[in-house]
Design a protein around this ligand. Structure first.
Ligand code: SF4
Ligand code: SF4
Length: 185
């Protein structure tokens, strides 16, 4: 053991250091927030409770393609479709087991129609599993509750990726309009 270490032990250096820190912070305001009385503002793009988007006519945007369910790493999205009039696909049931969700946002990214979204709502609790089993009706209600006004539109403008302009194609490659063209090197 070195002399330095011996002196530190004799004079309780580590304890004194800890106590100094305690006294230093003793009279400063506490950093702990008194939730739920004091809440931190939600950051843009926060991934909270799911909602199923409605179109301008107030109807379900989802077409039941199943991409969100296929991408979901937790396999917690269940979609049941049926054949409607004119052989169109009808979404009978769209369900999410919220307790299994890891809020990765892949479902939002996978959806080609901007039909599933993650709201800023994070304060939900309950006593039964059923309360966290989101049916199509509950998810549509969430859209009305958490994406009122133009909030839904802004959500997709700011956080829906990828957009066509995010892609870069080579000059002679077949592509959709709005795609950025990369000049030949
Ligand atoms: S956020 Fe992720 S885990 Fe949750 S439903 Fe969507 S894809 Fe599945
Ligand atoms: S939410 Fe989107 S990806 Fe999922 S089934 Fe509906 S349209 Fe398809």
């Amino acid at each position: 053991m070195t002399v330095n270490k011996i002196l530190k032990r004799i004079f309780f250096y580590e304890i004194a250091k800890g106590m100094a820190l305690t006294f230093k912070t003793l009279f400063t305001p506490p950093v702990t927030r008194r939730y739920p009385l004091v809440k931190r503002p939600v950051q843009p793009g926060f991934r909270g409770l799911h909602a199923l988007a409605k179109n301008e006519e107030g109807k379900l945007k989802c077409v039941g393609c199943g991409l969100c369910g296929a991408y979901c790493p937790s396999q917690c999205i269940h979609i049941y479709t049926a054949e409607g009039e004119d052989h169109t696909k009808v979404v009978d049931r769209y369900e999410i087991e919220v307790l299994r969700c890891v809020y990765c946002g892949f479902c939002v990214e996978a959806c080609p129609f901007g039909a599933i979204s993650l709201s800023e709502h994070y304060e939900y609790s309950g006593y039964t599993r059923e309360e966290f089993y989101m049916t199509k009706e509950k998810l549509l209600d969430n859209w009305d509750k958490y994406f009122t006004g133009d909030k839904g539109k802004r959500y997709y403008e700011n956080f829906w990726r990828p957009k066509s302009e995010d892609f870069i194609a080579h000059e002679d490659q077949a592509m959709f309009s709005k795609v950025k063209v990369k000049a030949k090197e």
